[in-house]
Ligand binder design. Structure first.
Ligand code: ADP
Ligand code: F6P
Length: 328
């Protein structure tokens, strides 16, 4: 395929916000300017793309945002983008505005949309993985994951104080959609007694047996980290089932919710976002398209959207076994 001439690029953030999206945006804008490209911010993800809600970006437009959570471009879930005619309108709008290529910062849903416009219209698009869930194939880490697990860890440390003081068992629900990355990492980091993740089946009786072993070893309190997409249901459902089997337990439930999506990005997320932002512009200038930037084993890799959306980032199941050994 002949390399297309790129003079002006658009950048958008889409799907669930993630800490570090602003740092990625800043890097895209500054790199584009460095290479003498024009750059346009597209507001509210694919919604703004359809509506032509474009804002010219200068170097100053991204000043003092590297430390900010959320996304200054705003984001959206935009189901209409699944419609080919809606996407056609979006591409017409991009062409009318003279925008030659797009950087999409988001999760796998966003890359489905990006892949569609790449394939249907042969339009140059590069993706930057940003989601707290860390569930994307083609990268070891997504932007936002590190901040989210640190937020969850801090929260669980605080909950531990109360669990310990009152001899309680807390069931703490963390996000992650259908992936257990957040749960597994925070479970290890907080020394939780049990971690429940979607990737590993566990029945309620074995969970109860495990908690009872802890009691026999004089553990008077406990933390059970429950991934939101787990087999045994929500933290509230798991807590109820445990209480029915061991009525003497004082159980409490905390759902951490959207605090995991917010806040100032960690150092790792800022660095990752800055590198991805830079590399996404370089990739477009190199003639790459239909790919997502990622880092695997310390190296930058470009994964076709087809793979990034059809495969799933996988947890290291041996880590789950380690959590069991460490919590006994
Ligand atoms: P994330 O990018 O964080 O996974 P979503 O799954 O909500 O978040 O996807 C973000 C947006 O990407 C959706 O609101 C929609 O606009 C677009 N999108 C998702 N799936 C598709 C699809 N199959 N085809 C086209 N666009 C899609
Ligand atoms: O993908 C990020 C995420 O926070 C998931 O962990 C969670 O399942 C989902 O988004 C929640 O989405 P919403 O904020 O739209 O309810």
């Amino acid at each position: 395929m002949a390399k297309k001439i790129i003079k002006k690029i658009g950048v958008l953030t889409s799907g669930g916000d993630a800490p570090g999206m602003n740092a990625a945006l800043r890097a895209v804008v500054r790199t584009a300017i460095f290479y003498k490209l024009e750059v346009v911010g597209i507001m509210r993800g694919y919604q703004g793309l359809i509506e032509g809600d474009f804002v010219p970006m200068e170097s100053k437009s991204v000043s003092k945002i590297i430390n900010l959570g959320g996304t200054i471009l705003h984001t959206s879930r935009c189901p209409e983008f699944k419609d080919l005619e809606v996407r056609r309108k979006a591409i017409d709008g991009l062409k009318e505005a003279g925008i030659d290529a797009l950087v999409v910062i988001g999760g796998d849903g966003s890359f489905r949309g990006a892949n569609d416009i790449f394939k249907d219209f042969d339009y140059p698009v590069v993706g930057i993985p940003a989601t707290i869930d860390n569930d994307i194939y083609g990268t070891d880490f997504t932007i936002g994951f590190d901040t989210a697990i640190n937020t969850a860890m801090d929260a669980i440390d605080k909950i531990r104080d109360t669990a310990h003081s009152h001899d309680m068992v807390f069931f703490v629900e963390v996000m992650g959609r259908d992936a257990g990355f957040i749960a597994l990492h925070t479970g290890i980091a907080t020394g939780s007694e049990v971690t429940l993740i979607p990737e590993i089946q566990k029945d309620i009786d074995s969970l109860v047996d495990y908690l009872k072993i802890g009691r026999r070893k004089n553990k008077t309190s406990g933390i059970v980290v429950v991934a939101e997409g787990g087999h045994l249901g929500s933290a509230a459902e798991v807590a109820k089932a445990v209480k029915e089997r061991i009525p003497s337990y004082e159980v409490r439930v905390t759902t951490l919710g959207h605090i995991q999506r917010g806040g100032s990005p960690s150092c790792s997320d800022r660095v990752l976002a800055s590198i991805y932002g830079y590399e996404s512009v370089c990739a477009l200038l190199d003639g790459q398209s239909g790919v997502m930037i990622g880092r695997v084993n310390g190296k930058t890799v470009y994964t076709p959207f087809d793979d990034a959306i059809s495969k799933h980032g996988a947890i290291d199941k041996s880590w789950y076994e380690i959590t069991k050994i460490l919590s006994v």
